[in-house]
Ligand binder design. Structure first.
Ligand code: NAD
Length: 497
């Protein structure tokens, strides 16, 4: 059985805690590997190695750090197929989607290559008589990245790409469900010329996360995962005086106005609701047609479109989506479908009994569609994170606007319309962090930044882009003068210029 330990100080090391977790093949349900769960002592070893590496790395000029990021970007691209297949084998998403996972991470590494320009400080000459002021952005030291199972390449790269390029060292604690890609990404970083110890991967569960939260040498924590854990990590990290940005769950709505291009809207919703088996924080699990006629036209096209979906193993090039990640996750999703039926939603397409021939023990769920979902239903209020699409009907624009605005989550939202004025007003007023206008999954490009509102994010600084740079650096402002001649008298009032 393949055993996965940790990656510390530039080498793979076996876990010593004696605790392990199984990793499954979601296509077959078989255990394919085991990953070690780190102890507090193992975390400390990783942090000490990172402290040493960071002291040297921070002394390098920015263009030298940037050159390592350039080499790393090229190397990850060279290993694209290997990474995508490895990712699919543990996560279950189809290989084409895994490539997208890697590419969206590499986009952030590409942004990080521009760090000499972006981390430049500000300088004011002559801010007072013979006085100049300059501000510089210093790295924090050692930071931690705690990541979820659903984007095991992209989200680690969002975090360590920005953390390392700005002069920090990073301890990556990936999801215990699919740790192989994060391990490989760290190995490739060293192969690309990255210093040993600068990017350490420590696998584990709550014990490892708590060790991060308690460690005095970890100065900031970047987290992505479910909201209750995000809230816990944010609370504990900030209580310990660390910086924290903690992204949580989501329930994104797709609003369809009567004048929308319905063919496009249906195609987009189909991909965004069922792609990656719905295991995306920017999926579109709720659709809101505005007006009875819009709802009927949506259903007329969506019902036959769902019939065309092909569910297959993650290496099937024709599959639209693959299995969910674990048996426990499959149960969670099918329990939600059971509950929605009990709550009175109209089940139009039922994916619970779907079986893939030859893969009966795989974690497959067929596409599921509910109509007449209402805001009092638990299955509307909570995140399902599976291939389940819920229709909530609205009569007016104002009602449609209120739904995502009043929901506990505020990650992403999309609106489909041909009316620029309505789209503009919606984008301005909706209480959600990322908005798509005729765009289904509005994950911002690497030079903007990613972050939801309400229970989708705790902390006030987004991931990557210039916000990421600010998160991983602290400002130092120097006021200097070089007086000539006689000394000046003491001043007892605050200096004014
Ligand atoms: P999760 O919360 O179960 O796990 C996330 C991380 O927290 C993992 O590294 C895990 O090991 C750790 N963890 C788990 N239990 C813990 C505990 N009790 N104490 C401390 N740490 C713990 O999330 P997941 O199932 O891996 O990922 C899916 C969730 O992530 C969904 O809710 C999804 O919406 C969310 N997500 C959000 C974003 C975003 O940017 N907003 C992006 C991707 C995923």
């Amino acid at each position: 059985m393949k055993q996965i330990g940790h990656f510390i100080d530039g080498v793979k090391v076996a876990g010593t805690s004696g605790r392990r977790t199984d990793i499954y093949n979601p296509n077959t349900g078989e255990v394919q590997a085991q990953v070690s769960m780190a102890s507090v002592d193992e975390m400390d070893v990783a942090v000490r190695s990172a402290v040493k590496a960071q002291a040297e790395w921070a002394k390098l000029n920015p263009q030298k750090r940037s050159r390592v990021m350039f080499a790393y970007k090229a190397l990850v691209e060279t290993h694209m197929e290997e990474l995508a297949h490895l990712l699919s084998s543990e996560h279950g998403k189809v290989v084409a989607d895994s490539r997208g996972d890697v590419i969206r991470g590499v986009d952030v590494i590409e942004f990080a290559c521009g760090i000499p320009q972006n981390q430049k400080g500000d300088y004011t000459m002559g801010a007072g008589p013979g006085i100049d002021v300059y501000s510089i952005r210093k790295p924090l030291g050692v930071v931690a990245a705690i990541t979820p199972f659903n984007f095991p390449a992209m989200i680690p790269m969002w975090m360590f790409g920005m953390a390392i390029s700005t002069g920090n060292a990073c301890i990556l604690k990936p999801s215990e469900k699919d740790p192989s890609v994060p391990m490989r990404l760290a190995e490739l970083f060293v192969e690309a010329g990255g210093p040993k110890g600068l990017l350490n991967v420590v696998n584990g569960d709550k014990e490892a996360v708590d060790a991060i939260l308690a460690h005095p040498d970890i100065k900031a924590v970047s987290f992505v995962g479910s909201s209750d854990i995000a809230h816990y990590v944010y609370h504990e990290a900030t209580k310990a005086g660390k910086r924290a940005q903690c992204m949580g769950g989501a329930k994104n709505h797709g609003i369809i106005l009567p004048d929308a291009d319905m063919d496009q809207a249906v195609k987009d919703v189909l991909g965004a609701a069922f792609g990656s088996a719905g295991e995306r924080c920017m999926a579109l699990p709720v659709v809101v047609p505005v007006g009875e006629g819009t709802a009927e036209r949506f259903l007329e096209k969506m019902l036959p479109a769902i019939e065309t979906l092909k569910i297959g193993i993650s290496t099937d090039p024709d599959a639209d989506y693959g299995p969910v990640v674990t048996a426990a996750h499959k149960k969670r999703v099918t329990d939600y479908i059971d509950l929605a039926v009990k709550e009175g939603a109209t089940l139009l397409v039922d994916g619970r009994d779907f079986e893939l021939q030859g893969y009966e023990d795989g974690y497959f769920i067929g596409p599921t569609l509910f109509d007449n979902v209402t805001t009092d239903m638990t299955t509307y209020k909570e995140e399902i994170f599976g291939p389940v699409l819920q229709i909530v009907r609205a009569d007016t624009f104002e009602q449609a606007l209120a739904l995502p605005s009043e929901h506990q989550y505020g990650n992403g939202v999309a609106i489909y319309t041909a009316n620029g004025r309505a789209a503009r007003e919606f984008a301005d007023r909706v209480e959600v962090g990322m908005v798509g206008i005729n765009v289904p999954i509005p994950v911002p490009v690497s030079y903007h930044s990613f972050g939801g509102w309400k229970r989708s994010a705790f902390g006030d600084i987004n991931q990557y882009g210039m916000e990421g740079l600010r998160f991983y650096t602290k400002t130092k402002t120097v006021t200097q003068r070089w007086p000539e001649g006689e000394t000046e008298d003491s001043a007892f009032i605050i200096p004014t210029f």
